[in-house]
Design a protein around this ligand. Structure first.
Ligand code: G4F
Length: 334
C-alpha cells in the first residue's frame, strides 16, 4: 500500500515542492487547506495546479483543534509534514498575538491529534533559522543557543520545544528541521528575494519606477526550496528522530542579492532602489549562516544550487512573467 502523507501549508512554496516530491515517490498525498482556498482555487491553489487532481485536500483550520482532529482521524497518515504557519517575520511585529496563537497552537493541536489518533505517524516540524536570532556563534548548528528576535522566532522555538517534548514524553517520531532561508520562483512576493526579482523585472518592463526596500545589510544563508523539502523527507526516514540544520553554509547580504539580480538584466539598481526606513524591522537578525554538516553525515543531504543559480532562476522567471525576453537579450536600462 502506498504510504500516506499529510501536509499542512501544502499551498505554499515548500508545500507544493514537497507534494510533487512525495507523489513522485508513490505517496498518497493529503493536504490541509483553508476552506476559502477550495472556494477560490484559481488564486489560492495556483502552485498546485499541475498536481491538483492527484491530491486529496481537506478543509480545516490550524486554529481549531476539532477540525485538525477530524482530518487526522480521516487520514491516519504515516507521515505528517507541518509546514503551515504565519511565516512572514515582518508581520509578526504588526500582530504578535495572532502569530503566537496560530503558530504555537497549530503545532500543538497537530501533535496532540497525531498522538491520540495515529501514534505511529512520523511528524516533521518546520523549524526556522529565525530561532537563532541574535546569534552567539557563526555558523549556527544544532547545538547553537536560540535567541529569537521576533514573536515569529519565539513561536518557532515553542514549536520546536513542543516537538521535542512529544518525542521525549510520548515517544512520537517527531523531528524538527531548522531550515535556513530557502527560495525559488514560487516564493511569496512579500519575502525580500521575490520582492527584489519581481520588482526589478517590473522596472525593466517599464511597469514600475522604483523598488522600496529596508535593510540591505542583513545577511542570509539562501538555498533552494526544492532541495530543502527533500531533506524533510530524509529526516522522517530515520529510525530514530533527530533535529537537523538545513543550510548552504554561505551567506550573502540583501544588497548582494539586488546587485546580482540587477546586473543580470543590465539595470543600474541604485537609480531605482529607495531605502524606506519603515521597512526596517524593530529588531533585526543581522546574520544567518548554517552548518549542515550533520545533515550531510546522517542524511546524506547536500545542497547543490548556488546563490547565483537561485538569483538567476528567480529574476529570469519574473522577467518572463512580465513579458520580457529571456535575460541574454534584456534591454540595457543603465
Ligand atoms: O525575506 P525575508 O522577509 O525573510 P526572513 O525574515 O529572513 O524569514 C524567512 O526565512 C526564515 C528562515 O528560514 C523563515 F523562517 C521565515 O518564515 C521566512 O521564510 O527577509 C530577509 C531579510 C531581513 O533581514 C529583512 O530585514 O531581508 C531584509 N529586508 C530588507 N528589505 C527585507 C526588505 N525583507 C522584506 N521582506 N522586505 C523588504 O523590503
Amino acid at each position: 500500500m502506498a504510504p500516506r502523507a499529510l501536509i499542512t501549508g501544502i499551498t505554499g512554496q515548500d508545500g507544493s515542492f514537497l507534494a510533487e516530491f512525495l507523489l513522485a515517490k508513490g505517496y498518497e498525498v493529503h493536504g490541509i487547506v483553508r476552506r476559502v482556498a477550495l472556494e477560490d482555487p484559481e488564486h489560492r491553489l495556483g502552485r498546485l495546479s499541475q498536481i491538483r487532481p492527484r491530491l486529496v485536500l481537506h478543509a480545516a483550520s490550524l486554529e481549531s483543534y476539532a477540525s485538525i482532529h477530524q482530518v487526522v482521524a480521516a487520514t491516519i497518515p504515516d507521515e505528517c509534514y507541518h509546514l503551515a504557519a504565519q511565516s512572514f517575520v515582518s508581520y509578526s511585529f504588526d500582530d504578535e498575538f495572532s502569530t503566537l496563537q496560530t503558530n504555537i497552537n497549530g503545532t500543538h493541536y497537530l501533535l496532540a491529534a497525531i498522538k491520540n489518533l495515529s501514534p505511529r505517524c512520523r511528524f516533521y516540524f518546520a523549524g526556522s533559522s529565525e530561532m537563532f536570532g541574535k546569534v552567539d556563534e557563526v555558523p549556527q548548528n544544532e547545538k547553537t543557543a536560540f535567541h529569537p528576535r521576533s514573536t515569529y522566532g519565539i513561536s518557532k522555538v515553542a514549536g520546536f520545544e513542543l516537538t521535542r517534548n512529544y518525542r521525549e514524553t510520548y515517544g512520537t517520531h517527531a523531528t524538527s528541521g531548522i531550515l535556513f532561508n530557502h527560495e525559488s520562483p514560487r516564493r511569496g512576493f512579500e519575502f525580500v528575494t521575490r520582492k527584489i526579482t519581481s520588482g526589478l523585472a517590473r522596472i525593466a518592463a517599464g511597469k514600475s519606477r522604483e523598488l522600496r526596500l529596508g535593510n540591505l545589510d542583513a545577511k542570509r544563508d539562501w538555498g533552494h526550496a526544492a532541495e530543502y523539502v527533500q531533506a524533510m523527507w530524509r529526516m522522517l526516514q530515520l529510525d530514530e528522530p533527530e533535529d537537523f540544520v538545513i543550510a548552504t553554509g554561505q551567506t550573502h547580504s540583501v544588497r548582494e542579492f539586488v546587485q546580482l539580480a540587477a546586473d543580470h538584466i543590465g539595470l543600474d539598481w541604485e537609480k531605482y532602489v529607495v531605502i524606506d526606513p519603515a521597512l526596517y524591522r524593530p529588531s533585526e537578525v543581522n546574520i544567518l549562516v548554517g552548518d549542515a554538516a550533520k545533515a550531510a553525515r546522517v542524511l546524506g543531504w547536500r545542497p547543490s544550487a548556488t546563490f547565483s543559480d537561485i538569483v538567476l532562476e528567480m529574476i529570469r522567471h519574473d522577467c518572463r512573467a512580465v513579458g520580457l525576453p529571456d535575460s541574454a537579450s534584456q534591454p540595457q536600462l543603465v
